[in-house]
Design a protein around this ligand. Sequence first.
Ligand code: DOR
Ligand code: ZN
Length: 343
Amino acid sequence: MTQTLTLRRPDDWHLHLRDGDMLRAVLPETTRHFARAIIMPNLVPPVVTAADARAYRDRIMAAVPNSDSFKPLMTLYLTEDTDPEDMAAAHAEGLITAVKLYPAGATTNSASGVSNFDNVAKVLEKMAEIGLPLCTHGEVTDPDVDIFDREAVFIDRVLDPIRRKHPELRVVMEHITTANAVEYVQANDKNLGATITTHHLVINRNHILAGGIKPHYYCLPVAKREKHRLALRAAATSGDARFFLGTDSAPHTDENKLLPCGCAGCFTAPNTMSILAQVFEDENALDKLEAFTSLNGPAFYRLPVNEETLTLTRNEATFPPHIQTPDGPVTVFDPQMTLHWTA
Ligand code: DOR
Ligand code: ZN
């Protein structure tokens, strides 16, 4: 049996790093394994201008451990007031790699997101013209739509119309959770990709709700039925270049997770690579792991693959239940399975 597995160094195409003490506490958990990450802009206040992105990038770089090389790939938070020229200049100077669309109210710190998609048509036009990808949080927020249907409805009501209106726009469907999303990606071979998180390959909605509520498994989009998890596993392990890793690792203190109205997010940065190796091994697809973590993302973003490598060894991996931060402990995602690969 294979005892080591060497991959091109992976990238995380969807990551929440937060700011201040939390940023400094969680960043090493990512830079230990990952060379680059797409940095989510949903700070309070959000990263909406080139100047915001530059300042946030500098704070991230100041927090990178000395021994690690890491490149944050910055994003702007799309609002109805986003200035297409400011955005295009940020792209031209290499400051931003993507723009993030949050429907207003869809998730953590999304209040400044988009309510009327007609109001961002000019920005999307510009993005299509300059080849700047749009990362979508693909959930409608209409109260009449069941939370478990919000991704599928987003595809029909929002995403597909946007893509028809702007066929040259390059779109990443972020953290997909449904077979519907997998099928939508598979049916479109141009200008479309999707990220899949580590946790959505492991849990379904029973894990959150059966036998007592598990706040640390609550994230958005919420995990769906088992058939959807299986569709995600099949997509991730297929080698299909349209699917790549975006952990959506989203740290919140235990205090904030365990409130009567607790925050959404799973913190998977510390154990993502061990979990993924186990998932791919269980699917007899270890030979496809590198495509998912290290090749397909750069291909979509038209960036070079990393020259450095990461070696995993076949040793049982254990992780602390939480990491300590000055704001309080942050619980590490528990996959509830033995992990046979150490990264
Ligand atoms: O679970 C989530 N947590 N989903 C998101 O979309 C946002 C994220 C966060 O920022 O905590
Ligand atoms: Zn996210």
